[in-house]
Write a protein of this length. Structure first.
Length: 277
């Protein structure tokens, strides 16, 4: 009987080591964050760091003393923490600059109140909604103005309505003009966002403005001279924006956001900010 030679002990250990290494790599690839699966063109603008352009507003980003807050800010931070992805926020008040930054890939995500128009959908990808909202009229209360407050959409048209440039309120007000048969003067502001227009209205610098309800309700708590009870639009999706040519990045963000929306962490944030889910 011919006895087969036994494999060398060193070679056996090598085979085992290679097998363990291969299995470990498979596990790492499987468990790797979805954000690591980009093509070169889909990677974050700063390598592994996710660059987020974010509008100053109570629902996106605000500063209180030395603390930063905002619903979208908190959601993005939590998603990035769970995925182990470094973040860099770029606060802005001009949405046009944010859109240009998306086009040039300076920013990976734009968080701002932007209308979901046909032209805009051809330019960017709107993510899974981070929350639901609607547009409301910001105006002085009866006790502040001699004219009396506007109580119905039909009464719009008496004065200029200010809105942030690119806001969903623009198309809604134009459509409303046709519905009520009266032109509503609309002033789109390049310079001011929703929070700034709310403040200008409260100070009497502008007659009225239309902003999203979540922002208006949070600010109105500190400014009782302002009325925000008149709704202008139906419920709308509030989504983040990603450049049109970065679909894989958008798919990854959507997957992460969808997963997070099904967690207790998201429910707690929505409750804290008093949001529709």
């Amino acid at each position: 009987m011919i006895e087969r030679p036994k494999p060398a002990r060193g070679r056996t250990l090598l085979y085992v080591l290679l097998l363990v290494t291969a299995l470990a790599c498979m596990v790492l690839l499987r468990e790797c964050s979805i954000f690591r699966s980009y093509r070169v063109s889909d990677r974050p603008a700063s390598g592994d760091t996710l660059d987020v352009a974010i509008e100053y507003s109570p629902m996106s980003l605000y500063r209180y003393a030395d603390t930063l807050g905002g619903f979208n800010y908190d959601v993005i931070r939590e998603i990035a923490r769970q995925k182990g992805l470094p973040l860099k926020f770029h606060p802005l008040t001009n949405i046009t600059q944010g859109l240009e930054g998306l086009d040039s890939h300076k920013y990976d995500i734009l968080v701002a109140d932007v209308a979901r128009t046909t032209d805009m959908q051809d330019r960017v990808i709107f993510t899974e909604p981070s929350f639901l909202d609607k547009q409301v009229l910001v105006q002085p209360r009866d006790s502040v103005t001699r004219k009396g407050k506007i109580r119905s959409q039909i009464d719009l048209g008496s004065d200029t309505v200010w809105v942030p440039k690119g806001s969903p309120a623009v198309s809604r007000l134009y459509n409303l003009s046709r519905e009520i048969g009266c032109e509503i003067p609309v002033k789109e502001s390049d310079e001011y966002g929703s929070e700034q227009l709310f403040m200008l209205t409260s100070l009497g610098e502008i007659p009225m403005a239309v902003v999203n309800e979540a922002t208006a309700l949070r600010l109105a708590k500190d400014y009782p001279q302002v009325d925000v009870s008149l709704g202008i639009s139906f419920t709308q999706f509030q989504s983040w924006l990603i450049a049109r040519d970065r679909k894989q990045l958008a798919d990854s963000i959507n997957a992460a956001l969808t997963d997070f929306k099904n967690t207790d962490g998201y429910a707690q944030l929505a409750k804290r900010y008093k949001l529709h889910r």
